[in-house]
Design a protein around this ligand. Structure first.
Ligand code: FA5
Length: 350
């Protein structure tokens, strides 16, 4: 085919497109127009493009260049017409319009955060062991965070450097001395053990609960510490609860969550609200990692909430949720959980 003839055909096509576009008045008509001129299989442009094959080699660059210009112009005209007909909802770019004949793309959706997955998993395991889920506030008073938990006023755990106290009008005024009043300052709870007190204050005995949630401590972040983390608190109060039951529950829990091959140990420890107390560790990456504390509820705690320690006994535990999650998923740095890096988080798609 001669170059002149090819260019005339192209120009005719463009003129045709111009005049028929003026008669297009609806989105449906525009779609018909688009298919007629730019349709991938039998559109007018496609037919002209096929003629390129018969053009003399030396004329091919000029013919190709003009073909591209005409094609771009027609696509631009379609985009402008779409704007005119569709107003705000029409595409703003002058690129090709949506081709409904192409296969659909799966939209990228978010994934459930590994800590949320862990919280759900822990609730499910403990539910099977007969523990009901309960919740408590993250902003606490000193009664629930310390006093009722047998943590005396001079205990280092109450140090302002170890807690996030909230600046309230009362806490900004000089401390009242010797009034006998419980201090009114509030703080971000430093442990979920606060929920033990709230539950024993209002629920009938016997009881068997867990409570999962965020706690806050001004700990410097490193591979295993973060200033905000989650704990799972457990409390079982009944007539004859024993240390042997505590160990069985924690062992059963650890093997259910971490797998039958998990190696755990209990170390004697001290918490003001349990007596005796233990710390629970698992073996991972060549070292023992502490994942929680536990023990038998101290009689002073029972007395603080009006329960007779002669008639009732109980055990309590508080486990670090991040540490459990890290062990299960093989995460070696707790900070990765809170960087909000989608490349990291996408790995936990369920
Ligand atoms: C407690 O918080 C006690 N309330 C646990 C308890 C409950 C004992 C009931 C007895 C009866 P501890 O401070 O050790 O204990 O914290 C418990 C777990 O939280 C730790 O073993 C660890 O797994 C996790 N943890 C503590 N600090 C951090 C931190 N900064 N970042 C991540 N995890 C932490």
């Amino acid at each position: 085919m001669a170059l002149d003839q090819f260019l005339t055909t192209l120009d005719g096509l463009l003129e045709d497109a111009h005049s028929s576009l003026e008669r297009v008045g609806t989105a449906e008509a525009l779609e018909e127009f688009r298919v007629k001129y730019t349709g991938a299989k039998s559109g007018a442009l496609k037919s002209v493009q096929k003629m390129l094959g018969s053009i003399d080699v030396k004329d091919k660059p000029a013919a190709g260049k003009r073909f591209n210009q005409v094609r771009d112009r027609i696509e631009e005209l379609i985009a402008q017409a779409a704007l005119r007909l569709g107003g705000e909802s029409a595409p703003k770019s002058s690129g090709p319009l949506l081709d409904p004949t192409l296969p659909g793309l799966r939209p990228r959706i978010g994934t459930v955060h590994p800590i949320t997955q862990t919280l759900e998993h822990l609730k499910e395991i403990m539910g099977r062991l007969g523990f009901n889920v309960t919740e408590g506030p993250e902003i606490e008073d000193q009664w629930h965070n310390f006093v009722a938990l047998n943590i005396p006023e001079d205990h280092p755990a109450r140090d302002p450097l170890d807690n996030f106290y909230l600046a309230t009008a009362k806490s900004l005024s000089p401390p009242s001395t010797g009034s006998g009043e419980a201090p009114a300052e509030r703080l971000l709870r430093s442990q979920t053990s606060t929920v033990q007190i709230r539950v024993m204050e209002k629920e009938a005995l016997p009881l068997r609960i867990i409570s999962l949630g965020r706690v806050y401590r001004p700990d410097a972040p490193d591979a295993t510490h973060f200033p905000m983390f989650h704990q799972m608190e457990g409390l079982w109060v009944d007539r004859n609860v024993t240390m042997a039951q505590l160990k069985s529950v924690l062992r059963l829990f650890a093997t259910s969550y971490l797998g039958g091959d998990v190696n755990i140990r209990f170390r004697p420890s001290f918490f003001p609200f349990t007596e005796p107390s233990v710390e629970v560790d698992y073996w991972w990456n060549g070292q023992w990692i502490e994942f929680g504390g536990a023990g038998m509820v101290d009689p002073n705690v029972f007395q603080a909430v009006g329960i007779d320690p002669e008639a009732w006994s109980g055990f309590a535990f508080g486990l670090g949720v991040e540490r459990l999650c890290m062990r299960r998923f093989g995460i070696t740095d707790i900070r990765d959980l809170y960087r909000s890096d989608v490349r990291f988080l996408r790995q936990f798609a369920t």
